[in-house]
Design a binder for this molecule. Structure first.
Ligand SMILES: [Mn+2]
Length: 233
């Protein structure tokens, strides 16, 4: 059994299609993990959600993790200040995808008309997934004194402190959330042009957000071979 993990898609549906076509994946036997942040910033968040939901309906071995952007959308359905924050953080593109030709973001309209199916599936997203190959989580893990653990939703969705990149040990962990150029800057390593961003690996930590949310690349990882696949957005 192989496992494929796909980094932050951020609404880039066509890049996701092209990348999946190129993967040597057998969805009947292999596992496919989406690392979260499927939505926001890019042009086709709704299509991406429709597609991954359908994929999960058809194939049992598809695991969809929650990213901070999915959480922002869920929070947006509850409080208007969360909605305003989400709209400013890339949610506007997603809003437009659900309510085309809108001139402004309307919280009441959003709350009342957001599709129930998408809401239900967003509420069911996993905070992490673990199999024999690796531990998969959107952002990171925290050192609790003995081991690196996903000790809270905050850690799963947001953690990106230097100590994680520098000190993680244990089972292979695969994360998205922090674009690899940002990690390279922390280590004063040379950064890469957005269209050529590559995954970042240190010990048993593998980061695969190659900047699809900022005109970079969408990245997939194949385990246990540790092979990377890239698709420009
Ligand atoms: Mn994120």
């Amino acid at each position: 059994m192989k496992t494929f993990a796909i980094g932050d898609v951020h609404g880039n549906f066509s890049a996701l299609q092209k990348l999946l076509e190129r993967l040597p994946i057998n969805l009947q036997t292999d596992e496919l993990v989406f690392l979260g942040d499927l939505i926001d910033r890019g042009p086709n968040s709704k299509l991406v959600l429709d597609f991954v939901i359908e994929l999960q309906n058809r194939f049992g071995k598809v695991y969809i993790l929650k990213g901070n952007h999915e959480q922002l959308l869920l929070d947006s359905l509850i409080a208007q200040n969360s909605f305003d924050y989400w709209i400013a953080k890339g949610g506007w593109q997603t809003y437009l995808d659900y309510f085309p030709q809108s001139e402004k973001a309307d919280w009441e309209k959003f709350k009342e008309n957001f599709p129930t199916l998408h809401l239900e599936r967003l509420q069911q997203l996993l905070l992490f997934y673990r199999n024999k190959h690796a531990l998969f989580v959107h952002a990171g893990a925290r050192f609790t004194g003995q081991a690196w653990e996903i000790d809270s939703m905050e850690t799963a969705l947001y953690y990106r402190d230097f100590d994680f990149w520098n000190g993680y040990f244990g089972q292979t962990i695969v994360v998205g959330h922090t674009p690899t150029n940002k990690i390279r800057k922390l280590f004063a390593e040379p950064t890469e042009p957005e269209k050529e961003m590559t995954a970042w690996k240190r010990g048993s930590l593998i980061a695969i957000d190659c900047g699809a949310g900022q005109q970079g690349r969408l990245c997939a990882l194949e385990l246990p071979a540790t092979k990377f696949y890239y698709q420009n957005v």
